[in-house]
Design a protein around this ligand. Structure first.
Ligand SMILES: N[C@@H](CCC(=O)N[C@@H](CS)C(=O)NCC(=O)O)C(=O)O
Length: 345
């Protein structure tokens, strides 16, 4: 009897602890603060999105999200350690606590948000899956790819959409599944695959930055079909809603700043603005920082050190970069795009 009571009591405490463990706000945040830096899972290397440059400094649109989170937490965008991960490694790395978040072109999906135990906090880049081919192949449409050999990375939505698309169109294909992105690119450029399929953003980046001489950008075309929705965004593991909120609002702050015309260049002027919304965003009217559990200057620090969403987009992947990607769906909602941040209030 006593043993049963003990067992029941122990079980009860285990459950109670478990519940308290998952609901405990700030435990990841506390660990990040105690460590003194944010550990951000990124890709192996994709121009414009996440790349360690010639000085060994990580740059890119996804990297800027990591920097924005560090600016919000530490007031210093440089307090980030980057861990490059393949598509296959990324989810285990997040689940096991090896990284605090992923900001690496991961698509928001239902199963990742639930069964894998993650929370997505926004969309850094609205994307879709496409196909790239060598012009020599003479193909103008994805509908002409019956029987093609196709390079694809494992553990991705890409792999699943590819199978769906070919089945739906009653076509056959031979997958060449390669984990490391540089090896996928090498296989494609050496002619081992007729087609490279991934998110269009990665195809643009690969075409702009990875074509080996004597071939050039002009030798490759990205076919017109976009076969899926790939909303790419930062993702954290379940367990610390406060940390998730900071990641969520760091990206929103970049988007909101663009909407209100606050840039890294004019932010000191903007601190003197009479506009009540701008005063609240920039912490001149306090309250938002306190609510989020960060310094009132969190948005100031993000925008001053990283820039607003439009500045980051332009510098990394847009017209100010070699990729020259049009804003398209990633334009602000006020200009016909999908980028929409809820109010900071
Ligand atoms: N968005 C897709 C694919 C994401 C993905 O990881 N693709 C890889 C394989 S092409 C990639 O972009 N890697 C880039 C890198 O490691 O730098 C997903 O979430 O499953």
């Amino acid at each position: 009897m006593r043993n049963i009571t003990k067992a029941i009591t122990a079980g009860f405490f285990a459950i109670a602890l478990g519940v308290a463990g998952t609901a405990q706000a700030g435990k990841e945040l506390d660990a990040i603060k105690a460590r003194g830096n944010l550990i951000c899972g990124v890709g192996i290397g994709t121009a414009g999105f996440m790349l360690s440059n010639s000085q060994g400094k990580w740059v890119g649109l996804n990297v800027d999200v990591c920097r924005a989170v560090a600016a919000a937490i530490f007031g210093d965008a440089d307090k980030v350690k980057y861990v490059p991960l393949t598509s296959q490694q990324r989810f285990t790395a997040l689940q096991s606590g090896e990284v605090d978040l992923l900001s690496n072109n991961t698509t928001v999906t239902l199963t990742r948000d639930t069964a894998l135990g993650f929370d997505f906090t926004g969309v850094t880049y609205y994307d879709g899956q496409g196909f790239m081919v060598n012009k020599k192949l003479g193909v103008k449409s994805a509908k002409e790819l019956n029987g093609a050999t196709i390079c694809v990375a494992p553990g991705t939505t890409t792999e699943l959409n590819l199978a769906d698309y070919f089945r739906a169109n009653k076509m056959a294909f031979k997958p060449v599944v390669i984990e490391k992105v540089d090896e996928v690119r090498a296989a494609f450029f050496s002619g081992r695959c007729d087609v490279y399929t991934t998110d269009n953003s990665s195809l643009y980046a690969t075409r702009a930055a990875n074509v080996p001489a004597p071939m050039t950008v002009e030798d490759f075309i990205i076919l017109p079909e976009v076969i899926s929705k790939e909303p790419l965004g930062p993702v954290v593991r379940h367990g610390d809603s406060q940390f998730a909120d900071i990641v969520r609002w760091a990206l929103f702050a970049m988007i909101e700043a663009e909407e209100y015309g606050i840039t890294s260049k004019n932010i000191d002027e903007m601190m003197k603005s009479d506009n009540p919304t701008i005063k609240r965003i920039l912490g001149v009217t306090p309250g938002m920082g306190k609510a989020l559990g960060v310094d009132e200057k969190w948005v100031y620090n993000i925008i001053k050190q990283v820039g607003n969403y439009g500045e980051s987009f332009d510098r990394n992947v847009g017209m100010g970069s070699p990729l020259k990607i049009a804003r398209g769906q990633n334009e602000l909602w006020t200009k016909g795009g999908l980028q929409y941040a809820p109010p900071i209030r």
